[in-house]
Design a protein. Structure first.
Length: 278
């Protein structure tokens, strides 16, 4: 494993466990967070049905289930994204076996629908967020706020730099950001303030910055957007340790251009506007 990959795994809290009694709202919350974080999702019922159907609900099988759910999430987050698992995870032993980076306890009900699970369930000793009341959307915002706190930007950490106009920011740009984070750990997006200078640059700094943050929610505080003047040339003297590299995108993503978006030919997701479903 490379040192770059180790930086990513050590510095982020991206293996998320949503736990609680059956019927407490775990899956409802997971559905919202998966969309907002663009996360891989492992729902206990789906995993049992489609992958580990031989496991039952004995203490031994629950422990094995937790270990396997944990391993699935470990593999999924290797790309630098989030992995979410929602399941009861009823005991301290099963939670240790899952080994979450970030724990959400949905503590909305006193008892679930299965008596054996109620008897087995132990209140967690450690968790990052405890949800007792409110709506699922409110829960999601609380979790996202806490995640951002736990993944604070670190000026001393290895950082990638992307410089661009982003007129507008689109799926190709987002792919570059994801690759930069995967390689280095966090990404500084240096946005050239060119808004309004000509028809190719209609959007001002604040608008593009807001678009970037909206599109990159899943990266949390692993990105920082800073303002640059209209930089046209980049020079440096003797070797100072910078690695300057062009990131290669797939042919499909290379076809996505801000010019086509401004012309109304495609959307910021790269799809032709005329072929979208109603």
């Amino acid at each position: 494993m490379s040192s770059i990959l180790c930086i990513i795994l050590d510095m982020t809290k991206r293996k998320i466990l949503i736990m609680g009694l059956p019927g407490s709202g775990k899956t409802t919350l997971a559905e919202i967070l998966v969309r907002k974080l663009n996360a891989a999702w492992f729902n206990a019922d789906a995993v049992r049905q489609d992958i580990y159907s031989e496991l039952g609900f004995s203490p031994e099988d629950r422990l094995e289930h937790a270990k396997r759910m944990g391993k699935l999430c470990d593999w999924a987050k290797l790309g630098g994204g989030y992995a979410i698992a929602d399941f009861v995870c009823p005991t301290q032993e099963t939670r240790q076996a899952f080994n979450a980076d970030f724990v959400v306890w949905v503590d909305r009900i006193m008892e679930g629908r299965y008596e054996d699970t109620n008897k087995m369930f132990e209140k967690p000793l450690n968790y990052d967020v405890r949800l007792i009341d409110g709506t699922a959307d409110e829960w999601a915002e609380k979790v996202l706020e806490k995640l951002n706190e736990s993944e604070a930007w670190d000026n001393q950490a290895p950082t990638a730099l992307l410089i661009g106009r982003y007129q507008p920011f689109h799926i190709g740009h987002k792919t570059l950001v994801a690759e930069a984070i995967k390689r280095t750990g966090q990404c500084c997006i240096a946005l050239r303030d060119v808004g309004g200078i000509d028809e190719k640059n209609p959007y001002d700094f604040d608008k593009v910055k807001a678009e970037i943050h909206s599109a990159c929610t899943e990266f949390g505080n692993k990105i920082k957007v800073v303002e640059l003047p209209n930089i046209m040339d980049v020079f440096y003297g003797r070797g100072v340790g910078y690695n300057i590299e062009q990131l290669e995108l797939s042919k499909e993503l290379q076809e996505v251009s801000a010019t086509k978006i401004r012309a109304g030919e495609i959307g910021q997701d790269g799809k032709p506007l005329g072929k979208r479903p109603e």
